[in-house]
Design a protein around this ligand. Structure first.
Ligand code: NDP
Ligand code: GDP
Length: 338
């Protein structure tokens, strides 16, 4: 039985990956921060809360990392823990650098010292492309991050490559474009939309307030993406891979997909800060722009080219943005009824 450690197991990807590995017969340990015992909701929703062994690890605390790595000979370590919300990374840039950047080298160095045979996955991100030098982006596209989050992740990426090249660790960095699910964090735009519209459809009639509706993302389903992570660690030689759908959707269209799934009939009007959508059935404003949610800097068009993952890993995303919006909106609507 293979043994895996997942940092950030309480997060969206951590929960889906835990379920995938458990289904494949792995013995799964997950890290949890001492103060986050309450955050088992996602693992519970996916039905695996009782099957994962938990260890206390904070990526900003080296002793906790060393203890976890020294304690068990893991076959695979997936580093999914991070402060993952780009929007708040401008408010806590030093902490984000510590966890998302230095946290990675703390973990790699513990592996080098105590368990050099362990295979390692680093959760890198399309946010590293930022002011993108090319469209679409692949493994060769230069980085130009546009947020403290993206900048810290660039360090995490390069230190992973560096430990592979310097010490021969089997370490891979997955450059993943946005991926969502019914357990996506509520501050991310997709879940904010599906939660807000589900409440609206239940009759609360409070408009969902959003920032830049013209932003676009290459959105896939988290369940598909964690399978790509696993495939990376099954290769004889560790390398880096982009995972993406290759299709971008504007925020406005994602709103439309979710609204349709909930039986709402939106009519858009106004421009810029006055743009809003009225639900024709209730006559109420369902969505409006609030400049509070604009960002100090936006990334350019992020569109991924996952040819390498498709050809080398046999990986393929299966869920479209419309299907994703339907899945998330329906789940939030059903939870709201419970
Ligand atoms: P989540 O925000 O859902 O999960 C993040 C996890 O990290 C949580 O379990 C959280 O624990 C944990 N964590 C946060 N800070 C620390 C810390 N200091 N020490 C230990 N654990 C910590 O993120 P996702 O599941 O969506 O993403 C997983 C990874 O993939 C992240 O690294 C993210 O940056 C990256 N990524 C995600 C993409 C996406 O679209 N989802 C795209 C590209 C990359 P707690 O419950 O205690 O808060
Ligand atoms: P990100 O790609 O990791 O930053 O994922 P998010 O879901 O947080 O944001 C995706 C895009 O949606 C960004 O370009 C945001 O500017 C845009 N956006 C528009 N309105 C909102 C909002 O209300 N909340 C968030 N989180 N993003 C928004």
């Amino acid at each position: 039985m293979k043994k895996a450690l997942i940092t950030g197991v309480t997060g969206q990807d951590g929960s889906y990956l835990a379920r995938l590995l458990l289904d494949m017969g792995y013995d799964v340990t997950g890290t949890i921060r001492a103060n986050s015992q309450a955050k088992m909701t996602r693992l519970r929703k996916l039905g695996v809360a009782d099957a994962v062994r938990l260890v206390d690890v904070d990526l900003s605390e080296i002793n906790s990392i060393n203890r976890a790595i020294r304690g068990t000979a893991f076959d695979e370590v997936y580093n999914l823990a991070a402060q993952s919300f780009v929007g708040s990374s401008w408010d806590q840039p030093i902490y984000v650098a510590d966890v998302n950047g230095l946290g990675v080298v703390r973990l790699l160095d513990a592996l080098r010292t105590y368990s050099p045979q362990t295979r390692f996955y680093q959760a890198s991100t399309s946010e590293m492309f930022g002011r993108a030098r090319a469209v679409p982006q692949n493994e060769e596209t230069p980085f130009h991050p546009r947020s403290p989050y993206g900048a810290a992740k660039v360090y995490g990426h390069y230190i992973t490559v560096n430990y592979r090249e310097s010490f021969g660790l089997h370490a891979s960095s997955g450059i993943l474009f946005n991926h969502e699910s019914p357990v996506r964090s509520a501050e991310m735009v997709t879940r904010k939309i599906t939660l807000g519209l589900a409440r609206f459809a239940h009759g609360d009639h409070v408009p969902v307030e959003l920032g830049n509706l013209d932003a676009r993302r290459d959105w896939g389903f988290a369940g598909d993406y964690v399978e790509g992570m696993w495939r990376m660690l099954q290769q004889d030689v560790a390398e880096d891979y982009v995972l993406a759908t290759g299709i971008t959707t504007p925020i406005r269209d994602f709103v439309g997909f979710a609204a349709e799934a909930l039986g709402l009939d939106l009519a858009w009007s106004g421009t810029a800060e006055a743009e809003h959508a009225v639900d024709r059935r209730s006559g109420k404003v369902a969505v409006k722009v609030n400049p509070r949610f604009y960002r100090p800097a936006e990334v350019d068009l992020l569109l991924g080219d996952a040819t390498k993952a498709r050809t080398r890993l046999g990986w393929q995303p299966k869920v479209t943005a419309r299907e994703l919006a339907e899945m998330m909106a329906t789940s939030d609507y059903d939870d709201g009824r419970a």
